[in-house]
Design a protein around this ligand. Structure first.
Ligand code: SF4
Length: 235
């Protein structure tokens, strides 16, 4: 059940006009386009300027304009990298998407760009070493390395990546990677272990199969007891 929001709580999600797209109507009173004119002016200057933000913003906008609805995200990523003049492209990949990241690396090579992949388990630090109790491992009783997005970022920083692409990093680990990456970061695949890496499906199905997403109280409970060590691998 959604509660009624106060005026101060209104933001773009509650906007009924979306006037920021074409400016053919009026902005709602809470719209930042109106309430923060300085922010709009400063960012306009940033994107129109010669700094990295300008190059990133204009390259992305040009690709959108030239290829709208005609390129897959893989193709858009390659084209974006080429137009940005990227020679070294880092791939921060989830172990569970090793095949996908290897395939993507092949595509990057084919495009004349040098890729380097760093898998999330790099460093091989057991979860117990960072304070995770054994019972919270997916498979208690065996080594279970934690994801190491900071080392992924460091390795790609040290290598001199000019653009980093995330392939299936977990929720939260993607935040750590983005925060520590020196190069700009784009997402190729957002991990969703349930929906085959298509997180938007939970939103599209929220009126029926995934109604539970609208009620946090009905989310599945944590598993009741630790599972036995399993020979099956996971990520
Ligand atoms: S930026 Fe303004 S016009 Fe655009 S969606 Fe947000 S509130 Fe609406």
């Amino acid at each position: 059940m959604t509660r009624k929001l106060s005026k101060a709580e209104l933001s773009c999600s509650e906007c009924g006009v979306r006037n920021c797209r074409n400016r053919e109507a009026s902005f709602p009173a809470f719209c930042l386009s109106q309430t923060d004119p300085q922010g709009a002016a400063e960012t306009r200057e940033l994107y129109a300027g010669d700094g990295p933000e300008g190059k990133l913003a204009r390259t992305a906008a040009a690709i959108e304009g030239e290829f709208y609805g005609r390129l897959t995200r893989v193709e858009e990523t390659i084209l974006f990298a080429r137009r940005m003049g990227v020679k070294k492209l880092g791939i921060a990949a989830c172990l569970g998407l090793s095949d996908e990241s290897a395939l993507f690396a092949k595509i990057v090579w084919t495009a004349g760009i040098t890729p380097r992949t760093v898998i999330c388990k790099v460093g091989a630090i057991d979860k117990s070493e960072i304070g995770i109790p054994e019972r919270l491992k997916v498979s208690p009783g065996r080594n279970e390395s934690c994801c190491n997005p900071v080392l992924q970022a460091k390795a790609l920083n040290d290598w001199g990546a000019e653009l980093n692409v995330m392939v299936g990093l977990c929720v939260g680990h993607d935040a750590l990677f983005s925060g520590h990456s020196r190069a700009p970061v784009v997402t190729l695949i957002a991990k969703d272990r349930v929906l085959a890496h298509n997180p938007a499906a939970a939103l599209y199905a929220s009126n029926f199969y995934y109604r539970r997403v609208l009620d946090a109280a009905s989310f599945p409970s944590p598993r009741p007891s630790p599972k036995k060590a399993s020979p099956a691998d996971h990520d």
